[in-house]
Write a protein that binds this ligand. Structure first.
Ligand SMILES: Nc1ncnc2c1ncn2[C@@H]1O[C@H](COP(=O)(O)OP(=O)(O)OP(=O)(O)O)[C@@H](O)[C@H]1O
Ligand code: NI
Length: 249
């Protein structure tokens, strides 16, 4: 199996109190795959993204291993090999024009032309290349974050909560954009509380609860009343989807 990103026995804990936020996380992302990690708000999803990239807040510590293509992850893999689509659009550099931010992580060729082509491909007006982040709408800024990921040399994309509180149309647009990321040849670790979005995108779904992964389930197992699911929590999550509530009587 061609593993791009492997996470082994990863723990995250408070430096002072040794209180554990995440425990024994094991995941592997294969080439071309979308793997979803689904968990409730506050379950530690963003911290996991930060730990993978070695960007945890100073008061937290991590233990365990992260490998990129079999090599221990190093901070110079960040952006070049593994890129984050962050949860917050504030992650854009406020002082740099959008065009420059997209070109920043591109590797070869005519960056300017590639950048403009990307904007068009993602349904954005090329004029925004000359704007600053504060001049964009929230939806445009999210698209720009996706454009940066597609344009970068990284082949692993960690998408942290890409569909937060979006209306149905905006959410479906974002799902289409993430499929574009996959079609651009990248593998995605999709981190989300939106189980429905995860089911639409991912082949494998890891269920996070109380700091641990309960099970990693193939999408095909989400059928009927959930009889092929092992864990009661996963079953409940499946049965609580609006479309399943509707069909049950
Ligand atoms: N620097 C920190 N020090 C101590 N606790 C923290 C720190 N950062 C986050 N936490 C706590 O860790 C838990 C997990 O936070 P995290 O942001 O990873 O959640 P999340 O699953 O991404 O939630 P959401 O879906 O709302 O984005 C939360 O309870 C949060 O309060
Ligand atoms: Ni988060």
């Amino acid at each position: 199996m061609n593993n791009l990103l492997t996470i082994k026995e990863l723990d995250i804990f408070h430096q002072q109190s040794r209180h554990y936020l995440l425990q024994d996380i094991n995941l592997s992302l294969t080439s071309g795959e979308i793997l979803a990690l689904v968990g409730e708000s506050g379950s530690g999803k963003s911290l996991l993204a930060q730990a993978i990239l070695q960007m945890l807040p100073y008061n937290l510590e991590q233990k365990g291993d992260v490998f990129y293509r079999g090599q221990r992850f190093l901070s110079n893999h960040r952006g070049k090999n593994i890129i984050l689509i962050p949860q917050s659009i504030d992650a854009l550099d406020p002082l740099m024009k959008i065009g420059k931010q997209i070109e920043g992580l591109m590797q070869k060729g005519d960056h300017h032309q590639q950048m403009l082509a990307l904007l068009i491909r993602l349904g954005l007006d090329t004029e925004i290349a000359d704007r600053y982040p504060f001049q964009l709408s929230g939806g445009q800024a999210r698209r720009v974050l996706v454009a940066i990921a597609i344009g970068s040399s990284a082949d692993v994309v960690i998408a942290d909560e890409p569909t937060p509180g979006l209306d149905q149309k905006a959410k479906q647009d974002m799902i289409t954009l993430l499929k574009e990321v996959q079609q651009a040849g990248k593998s995605i670790l999709l981190i989300t509380h939106d189980f429905d979005a995860a089911l639409q995108l991912a082949e494998q779904i890891a269920v996070l609860k109380d700091g641990r992964i309960l099970e990693i389930v193939n999408r095909a197992k989400f059928t009927g009343e959930g009889e092929r699911l092992q864990h009661p929590f996963t079953k409940k999550m499946w049965q609580s989807l609006p479309q399943n509530l509707f069909t049950r009587s």
